[in-house]
Write a new protein. Structure first.
Length: 318
């Protein structure tokens, strides 16, 4: 079932969903299942599975020279989506990125997903490779999420890259995209960020999932800007309970977000990470309750590979 159909079927009730990471190469998928199982009691209608693109590593050779190797540390997004669907009988939403794919490879990945009966994709530009200062698209790949969204939308109409193909069968993907309550870090201002988001919706995106945030006022302002720009699609807030003291600096640095002073002060005064986790869970519960009262269609939680804190939040809410 499509994400948008799940939201309609909920008839105003706030749904629960979460995101998981593929295991590192060589790890057992059972570890992933063990993190998903405690959250199934809250009946998530869909689970997101992230995609992690390649990285460059340099290894010293016997001759003393460095050789650049391309590695993908967390492969398996498509297979994991199929495995979760089979194991838990729940819809999955694979992340699809511009980075790491040519247009042909994107088309082939979408065909695989379609054959597996996966009805949803979250279309993203993706991050630059860690060794690169800015995003560089693949040769014959997409530079922007809006172009990726347009390709998926074209396939939904039976239009493939080879325009001479006849009797093509249309896919039927529900296309999600990302939104940034605190502005995408590359956007010069809020206005341009919303204009780019509107462009993504006009090209075929059907719902928005936001980057994580810790201040609900940022979300409410973002939602208001979206509606003023004519964006009527569902907006799903993305949340994460803070779990360690080090996340006070790691999360802003990695995700370009703001930590409210009250939360930052409380976590900085914690004796240890267990104390910080308690504060983070309490903050996330209160944040979630306010968003539910506001009437958001779904609360989407970023697990970062661990589910216990999310389970403790969901236990209070769902």
């Amino acid at each position: 079932m499509k994400v948008t159909d799940h939201l309609i079927k909920a008839d105003g009730k706030t749904l629960f969903s979460f995101e998981v990471l593929p295991p590192r190469k060589g790890e057992n998928i059972q570890n992933l299942f063990s993190n998903i199982e405690p959250l199934m009691e809250f009946k998530p209608p869909f689970i997101d599975v992230t995609y992690h693109r390649e990285e460059y590593v340099y290894r010293k050779q016997p001759n003393g020279f460095l050789e650049r190797k391309t590695v993908r540390k967390r492969p398996g997004t498509v297979g994991i989506c199929a495995a979760i669907k089979n194991r838990f009988d729940v819809d999955t939403v694979p992340h699809l990125t511009c980075g790491g794919f040519s247009k042909e490879e994107t088309e082939n990945a979408l065909i695989d997903l379609h054959f597996l009966g996966i009805d949803n994709v979250l279309a993203l530009r993706g991050d630059p490779i860690k060794s690169e200062s800015h995003f560089i698209p693949e040769p014959d790949g997409h530079a922007y999420a809006s172009d990726l969204i347009e390709q998926v939308a074209c396939m939904n109409q039976g239009r493939y890259l080879d325009e001479e193909q006849e009797d093509t069968f249309p896919t039927n993907f529900c296309i999600g995209t990302a939104g940034y309550p605190e502005k995408h870090f590359e956007a010069p201002n809020y206005g341009s960020d919303i204009r780019f988001l509107k462009q993504k919706m006009d090209r075929g995106a059907e719902y928005i999932v936001t980057q994580m945030f810790f201040d609900n006022e940022q979300f409410f302002a973002f939602e208001k800007r979206c509606r003023a720009a004519g964006i009527t699609a569902p907006i799903i807030p993305g949340l994460k309970p803070m779990t360690t003291k080090s996340q006070l600096t790691m999360l802003p640095r990695t995700f370009f977000l703001n930590i409210p002073e009250e939360l930052a002060e409380a976590v900085s005064q914690c004796r240890d990470n267990e104390d910080a986790r308690r504060i983070g869970i309490e903050w996330c519960i209160n944040q979630s309750r306010e968003l539910m009262a506001h009437g958001v269609p779904c609360l989407h939680y970023y697990s970062m590979g661990k589910s216990e804190s999310i389970r403790r939040v969901a236990k209070e809410l769902f």
